[in-house]
Design a protein around this ligand. Structure first.
Ligand code: SAM
Length: 314
């Protein structure tokens, strides 16, 4: 069972036409998504043939492929075979949820740019950013938790990432250390991870409470100011979480709008039926109209829940 308070908050925010599928997704064992790594192979076919040889049935994901990302899904029962395949261990594939692929795709880094990934471990988004940049330009990847930092480094090495410098550092100080520096910033903020809740895995939600949401929001407010301060004028920031809590999403964007000049929300150009505008109000209090430009990814059988805000700096 999921926490009753979490469920009632979820039902207050989820659009009614998506609610039944979204609630069902908490009980589902959905398809496994992965990417073929363009930093390691020049065509997907040999990798797909290798996986087919293991009995793995791969289906391409159209919207990601259209963005140049070689993304596929396979049935949940094949997860273990995929996880322990040679392709996964040598880094020709990377297992990553489809929602997690969205944020780098929409941040759209260019090869010559300097990109900051402010909360980087275990590195799934950093690796996709590096792939999209063809290992050119520069990525600075920040992670303060030592064990996670070392996992980040190992993942970057395995996946063939060579344009990234890692830093064992608290992201909250980066904005004052490197003001107005980066062309693009990814802030995949530490959060209450509500979209990972599963009815068949009580451990997934055992640490959830409204106090946990508030604690995350406090840190996120400082991280988003740091991320925005680190951005060059004219640069673009992606703020995202895997939480449904308005306190961790629209209210964080609202906080940035109140605290800094020159913040504007950019359109998120992806047309998927489960991507809907951010909330315009919460608990009867209006939020900045710009929050409607942000996007909530509602969970389906195929995608986890996510929140995305693409923010420009004048
Ligand atoms: N972007 C990662 C990926 O795609 O693999 C996942 C990031 S995870 C949602 C959030 C990360 O933020 C965690 O690794 C956590 O340890 C880190 N974190 C926690 N506090 C932080 C802080 N003060 N500054 C920067 N990162 C922090």
């Amino acid at each position: 069972m999921l926490p009753a308070e979490f469920l009632s908050r979820f039902e207050m925010t989820c659009p009614s036409d998506l609610l039944a599928d979204a609630l069902a997704s908490f009980a589902a064992k959905e398809a496994v998504a992965f990417r073929i790594n363009r930093l390691k192979v020049s065509a997907p076919e040999p990798v797909l043939a290798e996986l087919a040889g293991l009995g793995i049935e791969c289906a391409p994901v159209a919207w990601a492929q259209a963005a140049g990302v070689w993304a596929y899904t396979c049935p949940q029962e094949q997860r273990e075979t995929l996880t322990y395949s040679l392709a996964a261990s040598v880094g020709t594939i990377y297992i990553q949820s489809l929602s997690s692929m969205l944020a780098p795709i929409l941040l759209a880094p260019r090869p010559e740019e300097w990109v900051l990934d402010l909360a980087a471990a275990p590195g799934g988004k950093t690796i996709l950013l590096a792939e999209m940049m063809g290992n050119q330009g520069k990525i600075s990847a920040v992670e303060p938790v030592s064990a996670r930092y070392h996992r980040l480094k190992a993942n970057l090495a395995r996946m063939g990432v060579s344009n990234t410098q890692t830093y064992l550092k608290d992201g909250r100080v980066v904005g004052s250390l490197k003001p107005d520096s980066f062309d693009r910033v990814m802030l995949d903020a530490p959060c209450s991870s509500e979209s990972r809740f599963k009815t068949w895995d009580p451990a997934s939600c055992e640490h959830w409470s409204p106090a946990k949401v508030s604690e995350c929001a406090k840190k996120q407010k400082r991280l988003i100011l740091s991320a925005f301060d680190a951005l060059k004028p004219g640069g673009v920031l992606m703020y995202c979480t895997c939480s449904f809590a308005p306190e961790e999403n629209e209210l964080i964007v609202d906080h940035l709008l109140k605290k800094r000049e020159g913040v504007h929300l950019l359109p998120l150009a992806l047309d998927l039926p489960n991507l809907r505008p951010g909330l315009g109000e919460w608990k009867g209090k209006p939020l900045a109209a710009a929050c409607l430009e942000t996007r909530r990814v509602w969970p389906t059988g195929e995608m986890d829940g996510f929140y995305l805000a693409l923010i420009g700096k004048a």
